[in-house]
Design a protein around this ligand. Structure first.
Ligand code: ZN
Length: 380
């Protein structure tokens, strides 16, 4: 089979995405969904003037029965005319994902549930537990500082229902990856929990950022991941303004990767942009490490091929994964899959053309990266 057809027919495992927006979006909310900034676009400009939005107009408009490159106003109006349910159904049908692994812990009040993603797509959807969300529920449970460490572990274990296949940390967003990775003592956790609980009482804001508590969280998660054989996902690189980019390079994780190696669970580095080369080398150097270039393939718009080419430069073919990192907008599940299939087919097609590999090799590599690696490590 030609490699284009191979990639086009892969039953992809989207190993990192979020829920869908279940409701219609007004013009402003739709435009804001195309931005990582917290602020509106500067006066006189629009969030539509960027690579990802251009790609939405080019590739997603036809699925709404609009001409390619329709105006943002026409696009937004047509989206509402069809209604969220129909829009979500069309894009997920076109994405043709085999299995969804859904992070259930990020702004769940705005999104549909894990099971609903599966129902809209007509495909299995399994859950990834975001550990920081569990910690933030524990902090509001009336727990005392002395009991926080144990209560967090108990709550994390309890959150692992039958559909859960992995854990996730957003350490990069909170304490950053540039930290000391030693496991904190019980006394240190108690003291840090005391400070956090007092802060919550004062400010009313519940957000785990303390480095000691984050270290406790990833070490507790590591123990459970080791027991269960769960992959642990880490947000890496590209993100909203809470990210300090120079402190979310995945190479900062190296001491921790070495420290937890004996526990034997896979560590999956999400997104990675602009550090996809660093992530590739970590995947080469450490048996536990896997990575993807999800999110980036969507957000760079027409520049997607360069990202895929860099991802394919060095890492073993058994260590790269597919994700869309779609959040809310159904377009992003579709566009992510389209970009991934197209970019992988183009790269492997070039290799076959240049006699760097056989058509059979190309087919095997595509199957590993798009489907088999994720099936193996998440056991889905
Ligand atoms: Zn995400």
């Amino acid at each position: 089979m030609p490699i284009d057809d191979v990639c086009d027919s892969l039953p992809l495992v989207d190993h990192h995405c979020h829920g869908l927006f279940p409701a219609d979006l007004d013009d402003e909310r739709l435009a804001d969904s195309l931005s990582e900034a917290f602020a509106p676009a500067p006066a006189g400009t629009s969030h539509w003037d960027k690579p990802v939005a251009l790609s939405v107009r080019r590739w997603c408009a036809p699925l709404l029965d609009l001409p390619p490159l329709s105006s943002p106003a026409d696009y937004a109006a047509r989206r509402r005319a069809l209604g969220a349910e129909e829009v979500n159904r069309r894009f997920l049908a076109a994405a043709r994902i085999g299995t969804y692994l859904v992070d259930s812990g990020n702004r769940p009040e705005e999104l549909c549930s894990v099971a609903e993603v599966g129902a809209v797509a007509g495909a299995p959807a399994r859950e990834i537990v975001r550990m920081e969300s569990v910690a933030e529920v524990v902090a509001q449970s009336g727990v005392a500082a002395a009991g926080y460490g144990e209560a967090f572990e108990a709550a994390l274990r309890e959150s692992i229902g039958g559909d859960v296949v992995g854990l996730k940390s957003i350490l990069a967003y909170r304490a950053t990856l540039n930290i000391d990775y030693g496991r904190p003592s019980d006394a240190e956790v108690e003291a840090a929990a005391g400070r956090w609980l007092a802060e919550i009482e004062q400010t009313g804001r519940v957000r785990i950022t303390d480095q000691v508590l984050e270290r406790h969280l990833i070490w507790t998660g590591a123990e459970i991941a080791g027991e269960r054989g769960f992959p642990m996902q880490f947000h890496i690189g590209i993100g909203d303004p809470d990210i300090e980019l120079h402190r979310v390079d995945p190479s900062h994780l190296t001491p921790w990767i070495k420290a937890v190696e004996p526990l034997g669970f896979p560590i999956t580095l999400l997104h990675c942009y602009p550090f996809q080369r660093e992530a590739g080398l970590l995947a080469e150097n450490f048996p536990a490490v896997y990575f993807d270039v999800g999110f980036a393939l969507n957000w760079v718009g027409p520049g997607y091929q360069r990202i895929m080419d860099e991802a394919l430069e060095l890492a073993p073919f058994t260590k790269q994964l597919y994700s869309s990192d779609a959040f809310g907008l159904a377009e992003l599940y579709y566009l992510g899959a389209l970009r991934f299939r197209t970019a992988l087919a183009a790269a492997l097609g070039r290799w076959v053309e240049a006699d760097e590999c056989s058509a059979a090799d190309a087919e095997r590599i595509a199957g590993l990266i798009g489907v088999e690696n994720a099936r193996r490590i998440y056991r889905v």
